[in-house]
Design a protein around this ligand. Sequence first.
Ligand code: SAJ
Length: 417
Amino acid sequence: EKVVIVGQGYVGLPVAMRAVAVGYDVVGVELDSRRVSGLIAATSYVEDIGDADLAAALASGRYLPTDDYRRSEGFAIAVITVPTPLRESIPDLSYIQSAAASLAQTLSIGATVILESTTYPGTTEELLVPILEQGSGLVAGRDFYVGYSPERIDPGNSRWGFVNTPKVVSGIDAESLSRVKEFYGNLVEQLVPVSTPKEAELTKLLENTFRHVNIALVNELAIFATQLGVNVWEAIDAAATKPFGFMRFTPGPGVGGHCLPVDPSYLSWQVRKMLGQSFRFVELANDINNHMPDYVVQRTMRMLNDAGNALRGSRVLLVGLAYKRDTGDIRESPSVRLVELLQEYGALVQAIDGHVEAHRWPVGVERVELTSETLGAADIAILVTDHARFDFELIEQSSTLVLDTRNRLRGPSVERL
Ligand code: SAJ
């Protein structure tokens, strides 16, 4: 059976690879031609998919990366895994709309279309279905089937991968659900059926909003604990020994990535737009998490001030720029806001991050290496991202002053959030 996966990013590529492995004929539609040539050359750009995995899929003759939707002709199953970003805090579903319109051209009777992209409840039935019906002249439920199944990919997680992470599944009707279950039942170990796509869409948003809100909680707690002279990090680790009913989250310089800063806002946008009310937990969490870079700068100013230096003219060294450890992703990273603020205050900003590619490097920031010279030459260092490759002892010993936003450092010149 032919399966089309629209979008070959960190969500779509693992689905494609797994579908090939279990015997499907897979067409991976990817509009970024650089990515397509990478796939054809078996050069992976997705953390959990190795070049060898790609080579094996290509060698099977059952994997075709392409930017041409016409290759999806006659698909039995199509899975849409395209981005759903925010544009000025408003959900941008244009990628879903264009993927659906393109698939409608090759949609045939008996086919199933599944949406995986994170979006607000109602998108599958109210946006995806009409586009598929109008573009094909077919009737959903009667001629073709539609479902929703959120992704739970956690890049770099060696314990929970695509196959062993339970998969929430749904369909617009009983027959659609059974076809969605049949497909994913061949790919993963455990399915979690829910009654309609709306519940499945909400499940994903709940998972990420829960995470976002709890990070905001420990961030706000960190601000007050420091003023109270209490070590919040110790309290968090001690609380984490409670074997039931507690989940460990840690403070940080802000919440980055393209999921957590985005997904909860799909919910708060929907509640405001469709109900005229405010989803206060989400809006409060956004306020607190977005405030963390400003708080880091305030703490930096105070530390420099205590050492007799103004922020203006001081050399500030950011150790790490990526939004989380061991990735090079700087999208929505708190460091972007940090750099803006520090430069606004007239600081001379340098940074170290071997994971971040040159073309993503922030403007006006001098790129330096992690050496005792660069650490000693800076008036203050800020540990922004705790990449495993960093020599934390060197940072402790060589820094004049250091603000540790990840609780990885010890020593007299160290302050932490
Ligand atoms: N962060 C904290 N404190 C924490 C956890 C995270 O400050 O306790 C920060 C991180 O530094 C980072 C941001 O939040 O800047 C997001 O971190 P993340 O670990 O949530 O990483 P993401 O956004 O790449 O992926 C999350 C993952 N959710 C998890 O349960 C780990 C991933 O599984 C989801 O699939 C993804 O969101 C998504 O698709 O929504």
